[in-house]
Write a protein that binds this ligand. Structure first.
Ligand code: 5AD
Length: 362
């Protein structure tokens, strides 16, 4: 399938179900050919919701004073990791807000201990760090780093993502290049339907996935949080959509748009790992992740954080953590995978990109 910029743009704009069926079928075929029928499960641990940043879209932004804040102790982190290991996951994802108390040595120690005790793959998603900090965390043994660039429209990014106090704006695209150079498997992605986004910039986002040669592509719909400026802006957008005055170039923050980005991501970066994300599952709790897996995705991230803190990691409202817990002897998640003829992945679940890249180096 030819996928130049204009083709991507056409796909993003089309709503014709017959045409879209060909996109889903092709993405599913390439997914099977490149990464097979295994769905890799990554255990997500949300380390803390303390954040010094004030992103206009995010519920854990520093200005949101109504939120109960928490930071997991090392003991909590290891109890969560144990849950992941007990469930058979071989990758643990550590995600957190950018805490002003972030301590590099402490984080490096946690990574080292996780690697020693559990022999798991460690993915970090800790926000924007300096190159020497990324390098120290890589030296400590972490394998993968996730940093979404959120949108390739720099003006929109700068508006919704003010720099940390006293700091220059951070260039996430450059950050991703640094991460690659340091030897991480690199993941990034965007939100779909950010107020002010255009179909053109979303098409450019998808092209950037290919240019950055991403190993992981994590994307989800923008979900308005009422306690954020962009959440409030979204109300206006909804009214404009209802009365027909919305900018026709504004992509919707919906399921369909999200599936398209998964499918296009698969076709442009055939070997990448693509999760069906929590935000998608939040829009459609029954079927969102299942459709995602049939339209390009091959990864799920069950939440293994301590239950009492899950609702506090509220980057958007009603965030629906994925559970792999047993009910009457079976896990509904695993039942769903069986029903769509997919299996639970065994092993590290590295992207074939990584395997090929390493072979070229050796
Ligand atoms: N809606 C959807 N996704 C969001 N994120 C943050 N806030 C929201 C929101 N309101 C996403 C960002 C970030 C990831 C951890 O969560 O893309 O990179």
């Amino acid at each position: 399938m030819k996928l130049e910029y204009n083709d991507i743009l056409d796909w993003l704009k089309t709503t014709d179900p017959v045409q879209l069926e060909t996109l889903w079928t092709e993405a599913d075929r390439v997914r099977r050919e490149q990464v097979g029928d295994e769905v890799f499960l990554r255990g997500l641990i949300e380390l803390g919701n303390v954040c010094r940043r004030d992103c206009l879209y995010c519920g854990i932004r520093v200005s949101n004073v109504d939120l109960e804040r928490y930071e997991l102790s090392e003991e909590d982190i290891f109890a969560s990791a144990q849950r992941a290991v007990d469930a058979g996951y071989e990758t643990i994802v550590l995600q957190s807000g950018e805490s002003p108390r972030f301590n590099l040595d402490q984080m490096a120690k946690v990574v080292r201990r996780l690697k020693d005790e559990f022999k798991v793959v460690v993915t970090l998603s800790l926000g924007e760090l300096e190159p020497d900090e990324y390098a120290a965390l890589r030296d400590a043994g972490s394998d993968r780093y996730l940093l979404r660039f959120e949108t390739s429209d720099q003006e929109l990014f700068n508006r919704i993502h003010p720099p940390a106090p006293g700091q220059k704006p951070y260039n996430r695209i450059e950050g991703l290049k640094v991460l690659r150079k340091i030897g991480f498997e690199v993941g990034s992605g965007v939100m779909i339907g950010i107020p002010g986004q255009t179909f053109e910039s979303l098409a450019r986002d998808v092209e950037l996935f290919r240019e950055l040669d991403l190993d992981m592509i994590g994307c989800g719909p923008f979900i308005p949080h009422p306690d954020t400026p962009l959440g409030r802006e979204y109300d206006t957008l909804q009214q404009q959509l209802a009365n027909g005055t919305a900018d026709p170039n504004q992509p919707l923050a919906d399921e369909l748009g999200t599936y398209k980005v998964y499918a296009l991501g698969r076709l442009l970066c055939p070997g990448s790992n693509i999760p069906a994300t929590t935000a998608l599952g939040t829009l459609n709790p029954d079927k969102g992740r299942e459709y995602g897996l049939k339209r390009g995705a091959n990864v799920l991230m069950p939440n293994v954080s301590p239950i009492e803190h899950r609702s506090e990691y509220e980057i958007y409202p009603d965030k629906l953590s994925l559970s792999d817990e047993m009910h009457n002897g079976t896990s509904p998640l695993r039942e769903m995978l069986r029903s769509i003829d997919r299996t639970v992945g065994l092993g590290r679940g590295d992207s074939p990109n990584v395997i090929n890249r390493n072979q070229t180096i050796n």
